[in-house]
Every structure is written in structure tokens, then in C-alpha cells.
Design a protein around this ligand. Structure first.
Ligand SMILES: [Zn+2]
Length: 713
């Protein structure tokens, strides 16, 4: 049991405030006046902020871990999260360093006694309490619950009396004294190991991060319950190399598991930290033991569809399904991980959600997004799945989801340019390879709703969900991502809410920008922009990953994309075209990007070309052998240099917006005139005229020239 620090008898101090308090010179002990100046004292809030900022304990609002909601956020009655230092105070409460007084308050603006500060320091640094008296004359005045802490800090030489003979435990600690104690501790003991996620809730899977406030310290840990100081199984923690420790493999039939990590830290010249024991409980209901759940995200209006989130807690990766319903029809986007033979999602939707007939769209055919297809096919629902993802339905990692040739024959291909009419709203269809070859995205342009399945990743901290993009080269993916985004905005389209395959709540336009930026930094800085995967035990160590933000501190505003290969290996994760003498995978190859990744026109339409990102695949489908191309027609291809653009007859000027693959290019010229990255350039046009775009790479040498021939129509 934890006993929380309670400040005794100074409740009124908070009400009066420090200034009043000082003016009546309360701070007088044993006849000696220690009337401190107001600015010399530190408030409880300031002390906690100082400590939390040092340890970097995140506030629960700073990470997107859905399982944290099992326990109510720890709140003081007199502290709001948005108060000055509110985040830090609540984070310290979560870490068990502080607790409420008998009225549920923290009294953030009150000063803090020397002995109470000692208790906070000892808890934060996990210093063992001592029973050795201080030797000060007023030792007897130290309260029972602060004694072990004061004794420990005095014994370590980290805290001294106010005078030669007096400790003055009840005097308020000054800022200078706090700095002295803090520095003395940092020069004496290694800061202890902390762990994320916090241990007070269960989840079906956990990725654990151990961290120490001193970056120069070494963390040693065990996962088998043995003492890391002596165990032969002890390992050195290295987040940069190994990522988080993954604990997610609940064996078939297993619903509970206890994960124990013991860890300590050490640093040359300092005392090692105490061993901390962290315990997490994994729990996942047996398949079929719990039904699906759902939550309405958006109400239906005459011009907006209703949107519902659907999930099943028995699913190991808890994919999200989205039911979207307009005035006349509905769409179920993705069909989950729950086996069709265990539960029927159709029955669930028919019973609890749908008020109109509906069809099913599979965002991508991985087994955690398509498992319920057979139940819908059997009941006569239309089921759409992009052809390039059909191989996933008859084979792949999750095994055949749709083995029956008669069922396969009923699946309808869906691709970029298609539209689904729901009554009062239209869903536009896009395709973006990366996570899978046939990933489909739906957009409601009017309301700015984007349904993307897994292609844009997921921000859930609990599962360290980076998304793999190995199906396509990273530079080509950047180009396609930009082209898809440009298409979202066409015809007055908006982007306001992004519904992913594993986020319980919609993300924002910012997440699409982060996805692009994560790829962009690799084009701008090459391998130097890559970091190893966060997913220890699952991805190969050092898997080449590009990341923006931190999943423990940036809530949903972070992204992690796993590219192909291992950092430093020779996997070709960037484009190589031998006929053009291009290989960006060479050392410093990224400095040779002289290509455009996107080109947008206002007042003209690009006649695109075919973009192929992977080899064709041959499968047996509905009893026949078919070959499926991994290509999109009518796209801008960065390595094709001649295009036609269609301009309505009578127009004499259009706008060109060039986007270069590298933001570090030496020069961009439109019709010979130097322009900026993504600058809107007005250009005169006539039938047959040619617009040239010349790009010189960051290396100052490599150059590409594009010709766009105007065709008036
Ligand atoms: Zn998924």
C-alpha cells in the first residue's frame, strides 16, 4: 500500500497565500528568525514541476493508450490539468509520488516543508528509507512519516540542517535549498528506472519502454523475475537498437498473462539505483466470449452520413471497423479480425446499428480487417475489395480468408475513381499502396471524412503501431501520397477527420501531413532521417523506420513508418532505374533527387501515365488463374518527363504548383524562371505550347527537365 504525502495543518496557508504568510513572520523556529523572502520559497506546484520535468513522466493526456481509461485519471480537487503545472502535478500523482490531503486537495500554491520535500525527493529517486537518526538537536521534531526519507537524504549527504545543530524539518524549503538537494542527489545516486505504459491497467498486448532520466546511465533488466544485478539472463536496455519490449503473444486459449520486468540503472561514479519491479497484466477475452461493441462518432444529417466505430475486445490487435450510413444506404468499411465462424458481425450490425441496406468495403485484405467477409457474402451483401488485395484473401500471412471459389467470384473490384452513393452523401474512392498493394481509401468530400484502413498508420501508444510500407519504394510512396492528398482537395473536397484501422477516435488532417513529412525527411536526409523500429521482439532489430514525434508525449500527433530492410543494410528502399542510371540507394544517393514528386495544375488537367510499384502477382481466383498488376493508371510518375496537359479552350493562363522530391534541391525553374518549392506559378498557355520544369538536385549537378505540352480542348 502506498501512503501518500499529506501536509499537516497548513491547509489555511494555501488560502492566505505565501505573501500573507510571510508578512506575519510565521517562519520562526527556536528563537532564530529565518524570515525568508517570498521569492525564496518554492511552491509545491513549482517543486513538482521541477521534478517531473527532470524525470519526463508523461501526463496520461500525452499518450493515446485506450486501456488507460480502465482507471479514472488521478485528479486533485484544487488542480486542473490546464492550470500552470497542472500536467506535471497530475503526472506525479499518476507515478505515486504525491497524493491528496484529507480533502482531496494538493494545495499547489502553498510552500512545502523541508521534511515533506525530502519525502518527495526520496520517492521520485526511489531512495531506500533509512533508520539512522540525523544527529541534529531537533531530530525528534521530524514527523513519523517523513523520518525515513529525511534520514536517508542526510545519511547520503544530500540534505543538511539549516544550522550546525538544527535540521528544521517544519521550516519551508527555499528554492536554493531545493537546488542544493536536487544537485546533491544527482551527484550521488543514479536516477531509477521508470516504465511506460503505467502498470495500473490491463491490455491484450503491451509494448514496454524503460527509461532513465540520466541519458548517460545504463539500464539493466530481466523479464524472468530474477535480480538484474546478479542474473545471467540480465540484458542492457537499448531503445535505439531494440525498440520497446513487446508482450503481445497470448497463446491460443490463453486469456491472462503476467509480465514482470525488474530493472535498475547505474552510472560510473554514482551509486546504482534500486531495482524496480514492474508488473503488467495482459488480458484478452477468449474469442467469441464477448460480442462486438460500437459507438456512434457522428450523427446523421441530410448531408452527412452517420459514422459508427465497431470493434471486438477479443481481437488481438483490436482493429476498428467503421459503419457509415447515408439517407439510403450504408457502407461497412473493413470487416475485422473476429473469425466468421465464431461470431457474426452482420448479425450485430443488423441488430444494433444499421437502419438501411448496406454494402461492405474492405480497406485492405489483411486478416485483421477482412475476417468477416464470408458472413456478408453468404447473406447476399455486396462486398468490395480492390483486386490488388485479392491475393490476401486466398493466402498470405493470415491464411485463406475466402477459400471458396464461389465466394471469390462474388467479390467486386473497387478502385481509384469509383464513387459510392449513400443518399445525401457520396464516398470517393482512392487507392494508395504501401501497407498493402490494394489499400482503398474513401472520402466524403463535403464533410471531409477520410476512411483509410491501415495505410496512414495508427497512433495508439499501447501497441507501438508503426505501419509497414515495404510494398513500394519510399520515394514513390511520397509521390503517391502527395497525389492522393491533392485529389482529396479537388472539387472543393475537405479533410477534417481521418478514420484509421486501429485508432478508436478519428485523427486529423495533421496526421496526413505527418505521414507525408515522415517520408519527406527520408528524401531530404536519407538514412540519417531513419531510426530503428519501436516494435522490439516483433520487427527485426534495427528495422529501418522513419518517425516524427514521440508516442508517449505527443498523443495522436506522431507517426512511425517502417520502411524496407535494416538500417545500414543494402535493401533498396528507394527507387533504382537502371535504364536512366538512377539509384538513390547509393551512398548520398538522396542528394541526387532532381525529380518532382508531384505537380498540380489549376485550370488544367494532367494526362497521367501508368505508375507501377511492384511485380504482377498470379493467383487462382474463382477457379481461374489470373494475373494482377500492381499499378495505377493516369498518375504523375516522377521518372517520366513528358506529359500532356488539357486546358479548356479560351483559357490563356493557368497555375502550376511544382513539388520537388527533395526540399533541398538547388533550383526549380518553370519556363526558365526560378520558383520556390510548392510555389504557385502563373503561366501563359496556348494550344501546343510547352511548359518546362527544370529541377537541379541538392548535389548541384543532377538535373531533370519535364515538358508539359498544352492541349486545348
Ligand atoms: Zn491492421
Amino acid at each position: 500500500m502506498k501512503t501518500f504525502l499529506r501536509l499537516r495543518g497548513i491547509k489555511w496557508v494555501a488560502m492566505l497565500g505565501i505573501a500573507v504568510l510571510l508578512s506575519i513572520s510565521l517562519l520562526t523556529w527556536t528563537g532564530e528568525s529565518v524570515r525568508a523572502q517570498e521569492e525564496d520559497l518554492i511552491t509545491k506546484a513549482e517543486l513538482i514541476a521541477k521534478i517531473v520535468d527532470y524525470f519526463k513522466w508523461p501526463h496520461p493526456n500525452q499518450y493515446n493508450d485506450i486501456w488507460k481509461y480502465q482507471v479514472p485519471a488521478k485528479k486533485f480537487k484544487d488542480v486542473k490539468t490546464e492550470d500552470p503545472y497542472g500536467m506535471q502535478i497530475e503526472a506525479a500523482y499518476e507515478e505515486g509520488i504525491i497524493g491528496p490531503d484529507e480533502n482531496g486537495n494538493f494545495n499547489p500554491n502553498s510552500p512545502i516543508t523541508r521534511e515533506d520535500a525530502a519525502v518527495i525527493f526520496v520517492r521520485a529517486f526511489k531512495i531506500p528509507e533509512s533508520t539512522r537518526p540525523t544527529g541534529y538537536e531537533d531530530d525528534y521534531m521530524i514527523s513519523e512519516e517523513a523520518r525515513g526519507s529525511v534520514y536517508a537524504l542526510v545519511e547520503l549527504g544530500c540534505m543538511k540542517g539549516r544550522t550546525e545543530t538544527q535540521f528544521m524539518p517544519k521550516a519551508y524549503i527555499t528554492k536554493d535549498e531545493v537546488d542544493e538537494v536536487f544537485n546533491a542527489i544527482l551527484n550521488t545516486v543514479t536516477p531509477p528506472v521508470y516504465a511506460l505504459p503505467r502498470q495500473n491497467y490491463t491490455a491484450p498486448r503491451r509494448y514496454v519502454k524503460l527509461y532513465c532520466a540520466d541519458p548517460g546511465a545504463t539500464i539493466v533488466y530481466t523479464t524472468d523475475g530474477t535480480d538484474p544485478r546478479t542474473s545471467s539472463t540480465a540484458k542492457v536496455w537499448n531503445l535505439a537498437v531494440n525498440g520497446h519490449l513487446g508482450f503481445e503473444q497470448l497463446a491460443p486459449g490463453e486469456v491472462n498473462r503476467k509480465v514482470v520486468i525488474k530493472a535498475y540503472s547505474y552510472k560510473q561514479g554514482l551509486l546504482p539505483s534500486q531495482v524496480q519491479t514492474f508488473v503488467w497484466y495482459l488480458y484478452r477475452p477468449a474469442a467469441g466470449s464477448v460480442n462486438f461493441g460500437h459507438r456512434k462518432i457522428l450523427d446523421k444529417t441530410p448531408t452527412r452520413p452517420a459514422v459508427y466505430a465497431i470493434w471486438n475486445d477479443a481481437d488481438s490487435v483490436r482493429p476498428m471497423m467503421w459503419y457509415i450510413e447515408g439517407q439510403e444506404r450504408g457502407i461497412l468499411f473493413d470487416a475485422g479480425q473476429t473469425s466468421a465462424s465464431v461470431l457474426s458481425l452482420k448479425e450485430y450490425i443488423d441488430t444494433y446499428i444499421a437502419t438501411k441496406p448496406y454494402d461492405v468495403v474492405i480497406g485492405h485484405s489483411h486478416g485483421d480487417h477482412a475476417a468477416q467477409i464470408p458472413n456478408f457474402i453468404n447473406a447476399g451483401h455486396k462486398v468490395y475489395c480492390n483486386k490488388r488485395d485479392w491475393p490476401g484473401l486466398v493466402g498470405g500471412f493470415f491464411g485463406p480468408l475466402l477459400p471458396d471459389p464461389a465466394d471469390q467470384a462474388k467479390v467486386i473490384d473497387l478502385d481509384w475513381g469509383d464513387k459510392l452513393e449513400l443518399g445525401g452523401c457520396t464516398l470517393y474512392v482512392y487507392a494508395l499502396p504501401g501497407h498493402s498493394n490494394g489499400n482503398i481509401i474513401l472520402q466524403d468530400k463535403v464533410n471531409g471524412l477520410i476512411f483509410s484502413s491501415d495505410i496512414y498508420g495508427c497512433t495508439r501508444a499501447g501497441s507501438a503501431d508503426n505501419v509497414g510500407v515495404s510494398g513500394v519504394k519510399a520515394d514513390l510512396l511520397l509521390s503517391l501520397v502527395q497525389q492522393v492528398y491533392s485529389s482529396y482537395l479537388k472539387e472543393g473536397g475537405k479533410v477534417t477527420m481521418l478514420f484509421t484501422g486501429h485508432d478508436e477516435t478519428p485523427l486529423e488532417d495533421l496526421n496526413l501531413k505527418l505521414f507525408e513529412a515522415a517520408l519527406q525527411q527520408v528524401m531530404d536526409y536519407g538514412e540519417a532521417a531513419c531510426t530503428p523500429t519501436l516494435r522490439g521482439n516483433r520487427d527485426a532489430p534495427g528495422s529501418r523506420t522513419t518517425m516524427i514525434g514521440d508516442m508517449w508525449y505527443d498523443n495522436t500527433h506522431w507517426i512511425s513508418l517502417k520502411l524496407a530492410g535494416i538500417i545500414g543494410d543494402n535493401t533498396e528502399y528507394l527507387t533504382r532505374i537502371d535504364e536512366q542510371g538512377i539509384n538513390y540507394n547509393e551512398p548520398n544517393g538522396y542528394l541526387k533527387y532532381s525529380v518532382l514528386s508531384n505537380i498540380e495544375f489549376e485550370g488544367a488537367e494532367l494526362v497521367g501515365t501508368k505508375v507501377t510499384w511492384a511485380n504482377p502477382v498470379t493467383i487462382t481466383w474463382a477457379g481461374q488463374e489470373i494475373t494482377i498488376e500492381n499499378a495505377l493508371p493516369n498518375m504523375f510518375n516522377p521518372w517520366v518527363y513528358d506529359y500532356t496537359i488539357r486546358v479548356p479552350r479560351g483559357r490563356s493562363e493557368i497555375t502550376v504548383i511544382p513539388t520537388t522530391m527533395s526540399r533541398r534541391v538547388t533550383s526549380i525553374k518553370v519556363n526558365g524562371q526560378e520558383v520556390g518549392y510548392r510555389e504557385k506559378v502563373r503561366v501563359s498557355v496556348s494550344d501546343g505550347s510547352v511548359i518546362t520544369v527544370e529541377v537541379v538536385a541538392p548535389d548541384g549537378v543532377t538535373k531533370s527537365t519535364y515538358n508539359f505540352t498544352v492541349e486545348m480542348e
